[in-house]
Design a protein around this ligand. Sequence first.
Ligand code: AOF
Ligand code: ZN
Length: 354
Amino acid sequence: MRLALELAAKSMFTTTPNPRVGCVIVKDNRIIGLGHTQPVGHAHAEVQALNDAADKGFDVAGATVYVTLEPCSHHGRTPPCADALIRARVARVVAAIGDPNPLVAGQGMARLAAAGIDVTLGVLEEEAREMNIGFFRRMQHGRPWVRLKTAASLDGGTALHNGLSQWITGDEARADGHVWRARACAILTGIGTVMEDDPQLTVRAIDTPRQPQRVVIDSRLQISPHARVLDGGGTLIVAAQTDAEKEAALRALGNEVIVLANADGKVDLPALMEELGRRQINELHVEAGFKLNGSLIREGCVDELLVYLAPALLGDAQGMFNLPPLDSLEQKRQLGFHDIKRVGADLRILARFT
Ligand code: AOF
Ligand code: ZN
């Protein structure tokens, strides 16, 4: 199963909106087939592994199949993996975790068991869930897993009081940040960052076969048609009020505009998360300024902070999150450290809201 998880990681940047799954087929104490999920519409991990074994001339009848997600039982863009395993007459299927997709949800294992195959569920379950944390979140809650990335000095500063912000963290941290961008289904920022930094919001520091969907929160449709985040089109702009002329101009450039307003006339952030869930966004990567960061946290739209901390002090500087002052410690937002790693000269912290 550990090997199957390593195979699943090979599809980290490519399978969205499908989960990343790995599969290992073993017979007579030999590994005879390996597979991992192909891009959407193509083979699932199990079918890849069955084909791999067949290509190498092995007969999989009587073999044991280790797979990091319950085999599917439905006809989606591809036929059910459970049926392929039954046809191949494997003896045993060990799955790390059940598929939360309501179209599957236990039926894959049930179908295998009904065909007389020995089934085991729940091996390295936590690791398997982590591999597809966004897919699980979307299937179970209809929203993406939201990871908010920021970089700051050791004293939490992101920009000088005069607004000047340059690279605080080093090259390694920047490249590492692009790995997190690459695995996300979508990258979100705000109009403030677009106007100040003119970011492209693409993955450039590492090789990737797929660019995430770009999303800009722009309540009053202030975005310039020349903003680099619109390069090549395909960007989703989320406004709180309509402006037919501006919308038409943005659409003519191949972008999409939607209006999602709350009672305060701002973009309704929780509604946006639901909308992104409907659009099959599993992992949402946020790189925004301290105001939007604060609003997303206040509205309960953030699951995880990805913070790069540089060993430097900026003094009286802009913080990472615009949050209101508290009167008592009981009101503090509690997180737990999920992972801490040194990246180049900097620290990378993954912290989750509890
Ligand atoms: C598996 N093995 O490797 C993956 C699975 O439209 P389809 O046919 O590609 O089906 C997509 C669904 O299949 C997806 O939502 C999830 O439930 C399951 N993914 N299942 O047996 C795999 N990636
Ligand atoms: Zn399948």
